[in-house]
Write a protein that binds this ligand. Structure first.
Ligand code: WQD
Length: 343
C-alpha cells in the first residue's frame, strides 16, 4: 500500500491527533483541517515532534463552503478521514439545531467537494451510540440502529446519507467506524484528551480527580444489573483506535460501498474497575460517591469486534491497565492539557 495523501478533518482533536501520528508512521501523508473549536494547534505541534516532521494543516471550518472547495481544488487528496464535529451528548439535547447544522451540513459540504474532485474514499467517525436503543449489551454491526440523543441522531443520519451516496455511485468506498469508549493516550505522554469544560465522560473526569483538578467522582448509578452494580463499557485505547483507522483506510479499496465496522476491544469493564485501575496507575486515591443513574445511560454496551478482526485484520492490543498507565502519564505531565499553566 503506497502512501496516501489523506485530508483529516478534526485532525487536531483527541482521536484525530493520534490517528494523524499513526498515518505518518504507516507511510501516509495526512493534512489536517480543523477550526480549533475543541482542539489546540499545540496538539499538531506535538504530533510533529513525535513524528519527526512538520504536519501540514489548514485552520478552517467545513461550514465555509468556499474554503472547502478551495482545499480540495489545491489539495490533491487520495482519501479523507472525517472526525470534525460536535460530540457532547448532553449538550446536543440542549442545542439540537446547532448539532444538526454543524455535524450534518458540514458533512454534506465535505461530500460535495469530495465528489466534485473525484475523491471517493472516506473513513467516517461514527459511534456505538447508534446502538443505543437496540437493547443489546454485545453489539454486532447489523443490529437494528437507534439512538436516544441528537448527537447520536446526527451520526445515524450521516450513516444513512453515506449508505444512499454509495448506493447511487459504486465508485465510493466508505468505512463507518463505530467507536465504543475511546480512552488513554499515546505512551509518550505528549498528546492526549483535553476536554474544554467539565468532562462529560468517565475517564477524563477520573483523570482530573487523580491530578487534583476535581474533588471527587460521581458514579452514576450503583444498582445496574452488572457484577458490581455500576455501568459496563468497552474502553478502547486511543492508540488501538487510531490503528483501526489506518487499517480501515488501507482495506477500503477491497470494500466498495458503505460498510460499518465496530472498533472496540470486545471486553467490558465497570466504572468501579476503571476507578481501581486508575488508582493503581496513579498511586492516588480517587474519592467517589455513588449517585442517581444518568438519564439515557444503558447498563452495558460492549463491542463484538469480529468483523474488523476478519475484514480489516485489526484488533485492539491494549487493556485497561495500559489505558490507566498511559492516561495517567498524559494527565500528570499535562495537568491542564495543552493550555500553558495559568492560561
Ligand atoms: C461511561 C460510564 C456512565 C461519567 C459516551 C457517548 C458515546 C461516546 C463515548 C462519542 C457510564 C459512567 C460517566 C461520570 C460516571 N462519545 N460515568 N460518572 O456514556 O458510555 O458514551 O461517550 O461518540 O457516544 O454516549 O461514556 O464516559 O460518559 O460513561 O459514573 O462522571 O461511566 O454512567 O456508565 P458513554 P461515558
Amino acid at each position: 500500500m503506497g502512501g496516501m495523501r489523506v485530508l483529516t478533518t478534526g485532525g487536531a482533536g483527541y482521536i484525530g491527533s493520534h490517528t494523524v501520528l499513526a498515518l505518518i508512521e504507516a507511510g501516509h501523508e495526512p493534512v489536517i483541517l480543523d477550526n480549533f473549536s475543541n482542539s489546540s494547534p499545540e496538539a499538531i505541534r506535538r504530533v510533529g515532534e513525535l513524528a519527526g516532521r512538520e504536519i501540514e494543516f489548514i485552520k478552517g471550518d467545513l461550514l465555509d463552503v468556499e474554503l472547502v472547495e478551495r482545499v480540495f481544488a489545491e489539495g490533491n487528496f487520495d482519501a479523507v478521514i472525517h472526525f470534525a464535529g460536535l460530540k457532547a451528548v448532553g449538550e446536543s439535547t440542549a442545542q439540537p439545531l446547532r448539532y444538526y447544522r454543524t455535524n450534518i451540513v458540514s458533512t454534506l459540504n465535505l461530500l460535495d467537494a469530495m465528489d466534485t474532485h473525484g475523491v471517493r474514499t472516506l473513513v467516517f467517525s461514527s459511534s456505538a451510540t447508534v446502538y443505543g436503543t437496540s437493547g443489546a449489551t454485545r453489539c454486532v454491526e447489523d443490529l437494528p440502529l437507534g439512538t436516544t440523543n441528537p448527537y447520536g441522531a446526527t451520526k445515524l443520519h450521516i450513516e444513512q446519507i453515506l449508505d444512499d451516496l454509495a448506493a447511487s455511485d459504486p465508485t465510493w468506498h466508505i468505512a463507518k467506524l463505530r467507536y465504543f469508549n475511546p480512552v488513554g493516550a499515546h505512551e509518550s505522554g505528549r498528546i492526549g484528551e483535553d476536554p474544554r469544560d467539565i468532562p462529560n465522560n468517565l475517564m477524563p473526569y477520573v483523570s482530573q480527580v487523580a491530578v487534583g483538578r476535581r474533588e471527587k467522582l460521581s458514579v452514576y448509578g450503583g444498582d445496574y444489573p452488572t457484577a458490581d452494580g455500576t455501568g459496563v463499557r468497552d474502553f478502547i485505547h486511543v492508540v488501538d483506535l487510531a490503528a483501526g483507522h489506518v487499517a480501515a483506510l488501507e482495506a477500503l479499496p477491497r470494500h466498495p460501498g458503505a460498510r460499518a465496522w465496530n472498533l472496540g476491544t470486545g471486553e467490558g469493564n465497570s466504572v468501579l474497575e476503571v476507578v481501581r485501575a486508575f488508582e493503581r496507575a496513579s498511586g492516588k486515591d480517587i474519592p467517589f460517591d455513588i449517585v442517581e443513574r444518568r438519564p439515557g445511560d444503558v447498563a452495558e454496551l460492549v463491542a463484538d469486534p469480529g468483523r474488523a478482526r476478519i475484514e480489516l485484520n485489526w484488533k485492539a492490543e491494549r487493556g485497561l491497565e495500559d489505558v490507566a498507565r498511559d492516561g495517567w502519564r498524559w494527565q500528570s505531565n499535562n495537568p491542564f492539557g495543552y493550555a500553558e499553566p495559568g492560561e
